[in-house]
Design a protein around this ligand. Structure first.
Ligand code: PLP
Length: 475
């Protein structure tokens, strides 16, 4: 592609993106594609000769776009909403153009140093003490994996060198609540600790880990000769966004000498809003904390930040420098490849820095505050209707709720809510997801996209009530 052709196609691509972002509501939020439909519309073999760029863009419109679920749609309320904000998208384009691999300081000093600066800006925005140092990973799942590997390194059992199998080491145990994200178990699987070693601690009636139950579980494991090594607390659980009692859990971690990792992948962002920052109280005592700017801070996916109290432990867990990666700077500089298992690293710092800089503290806080207000207004609507129930507290911007008309048993109410969700999502106007709370099928509305306004949330409530009215006669 010549520079002139690049310019022409580039302008078209930017126009395409601008058009798309101006009106994402032109598309059904949830893709209506049947499994296999997209693949069937594509040639099964690559072209022998290169094709025109225009033909590629045409297939984007005709084949791919109908198979996209629009996470940038303002009525995307499923899972946790994310946003490709415009400044973040432009930064991604520049990162793609530079195409640097920030594995070593010298393979792009600016990428490494910008990452250190941008992550430290985020630390300050979150009100974390300055003894935390952070870096960027792709996802919270990777951040938690790296945190658990660091905790394992801190045991002094030298598992990095000697492994776990065929030697005299006790079973390692990690503790999280029954509401913790599956990434904790996946980390245990990957690290060879095993799923059974993840002890799921009971939660209270607001879905928060019970510190006394945690202590009991640790004591039982210790008396069986096992080796407890890590507690994972969650600040903003995936189902209800509940917050584990961090100060108490930190005290337990201290008492037993365990690593404390805080999974604040979604909820941590709320610390940017001064009036609700108190919800994070206690996280400053953690050994590691994950916050995902790609979840609720408007940075395009993927961008997860892992804050470490002692990055040297993580470096010890991972550093391995073959001859071909040695540099004249040696250990006098930060080589980001030392802080995880991946060698190659994208220039993710550019989109984090651009987004933080473009919105500023006040801009980020204003948008998060708005999302929290929208969720609270939705919860208030639900509470006002006697046939609906809010099923969990709403500390952030996510509401768990259910249609509970009188006279129906649990199983019928579950089935009814499932049908309501299907009907609402089939409209293409909104997309909500579900969870199970105390065994009951529960609907979830999570506000997180930068383009969401009050009208979108009101529409969701109208569609839900319409669907409930239409579904009821079947009872
Ligand atoms: N932790 C929590 C609390 C989450 O809700 C999620 C995903 O929603 C994750 C971790 C995993 O995030 P990621 O997709 O970045 O791995």
């Amino acid at each position: 592609m010549s520079p002139e052709e690049f310019r022409q196609h580039g302008h078209r691509v930017i126009d395409w993106i601008a058009e798309y972002l101006t009106n994402p509501s032109a598309h059904p939020v949830l893709a209506r594609t049947r499994p296999g439909e997209v693949a069937a519309a594509l040639p099964s073999s690559p072209p022998t000769d290169g094709e025109e760029f225009d033909a590629i863009l045409q297939d984007l419109d005709d084949i791919l776009l109908p198979g996209i679920t629009h996470w940038n749609h303002p009525a995307f309320f499923a899972y946790f909403g994310i946003s490709g904000s415009m400044p973040g998208i432009l930064a991604e384009a520049i990162a793609a153009a530079l195409n640097v691999n920030a594995m070593l300081w010298r393979t792009s000093p600016a990428a490494t140093e910008l990452e250190e600066v941008a992550v430290d800006w985020l630390r300050q925005l979150l009100g974390l003490p300055n003894d935390f140092r952070g870096h960027i990973q792709d996802t919270a799942s990777t951040s938690t994996l790296v945190a658990l590997a660091s905790a394992r390194e801190a045991t002094g059992l030298d598992i990095r060198e000697r492994g776990l199998a065929g030697r005299d080491v006790p079973p390692l145990r990690v503790y999280c609540s029954e509401e913790a994200h599956s990434s904790v178990e996946k980390a245990a699987i990957t690290l060879g600790i095993g799923r059974e070693s993840v002890r799921k601690i009971r939660t209270d009636d607001e879905f928060r880990m019970i510190p006394r139950a945690l202590e009991e579980a640790i004591e039982i494991d210790r008396s069986a000769g096992d080796r407890p090594f890590c507690i994972v607390a969650t600040l903003g659980t995936t189902s209800t966004t509940s917050v584990d009692p961090l100060p108490q859990l930190a005290a337990v971690a201290r008492r037993f000498g365990l690593w404390l990792h805080v999974d604040a992948a979604y909820g941590g962002a709320a610390a940017v809003v001064p009036e609700i920052r108190d919800v994070t109280r206690g996280w400053e005592q953690a050994d590691s904390i994950v916050v995902n700017p790609h979840k609720w801070l408007f940075v395009p996916i993927d961008c997860s930040t892992l804050f470490l109290r002692d990055p040297e432990i993580t470096r010890r867990a991972f550093t391995l420098v073959p001859d071909y990666l040695q540099t004249p700077q040696g250990e006098s500089v930060t080589n980001l490849m030392d802080y995880g298992h991946a060698l190659g690293r994208r220039f993710r710092a550019l989109k984090l820095w651009t987004t933080l800089r473009y919105f500023g503290e006040s801009g980020l806080a204003a948008r998060l505050r708005e999302h929290i207000d929208l969720a609270r207004a939705f919860a208030a609507d639900v509470r006002r209707d006697p046939d609906w129930r809010v099923e969990a507290p709403v500390p952030f911007s996510t509401v768990c709720f259910r249609f509970t008309p009188p006279g129906l048993g649990d199983a019928d109410t579950d089935a009814l809510n499932e049908r309501i969700l299907e009907a609402v999502n089939a409209t293409g106007e909104v997309f909500l997801s579900h969870t199970r709370l105390n065994g009951r099928y529960t609907l979830r509305l999570a506000v997180g996209n930068i383009r969401t306004e009050a009208g979108h949330v009101r529409d969701a409530w109208r569609l839900l009530r319409d669907a409930a009215r239409n579904e009821q006669p079947r009872q």
